[in-house]
Design a protein around this ligand. Sequence first.
Ligand code: ZN
Length: 217
Amino acid sequence: MKTLLSLTLTTAFILSASFVALANDAAKTVSPDDALSKLQEGNRRFSTSRKSEGKPTATRRTETAQSQHPFAIIVGCADSRTSPELVFDQNIGDLFVIRTAGNLVDDYALGSIEYAVEHLGSRLVVVLGHERCGAVKAASQTATAPGHINALVRDIQPAIQAAKEKGGDSLDVAIDANARLVADKIRKESNLGELAKSVRVISAVYDLDTGVVSFAK
Ligand SMILES: [Zn+2]
């Protein structure tokens, strides 16, 4: 009987603890619209060189040392000029960032997105392409390449094709198309279950000259 009571109490404690954890997580979840506004405001600060609010501080480091609730997931290019934390003027713990050349996603990236949505409460995914992207440029010149670069130029071909059909400045169009196609892939292939309804995936392109990020409509 004593064991049963202790078991019941333990179960009740675990249940209430999980409920509190859930409630805390829910409170920390930022809606896609609010997350987008935060990114737009941060990019405005960055591109107009206003005072940064994103500088890491010891306080912020302490606050986030035990847990994280990044308000957005950024799938960006590995290009050294496009760090999302800088471009969006955000701090430690604000963004969950995945970067590959050409801002492509594979199983590791999709798994990372699913993890951030399910366990960290992120509800906005931004695929961030950028002006003069070397990976997209390479893919526009060749469909095959040595080593693992082959996977990059191969997987950017649909964007090159889309740009050819659309016309205009082909590299700019291909960069935009690539970000949109990667966003489509995330929408189709990420396994978010019921949470998919509350998650928004959008594409955007970063202008290296002005520092401005333009989000797809
Ligand atoms: Zn790039």
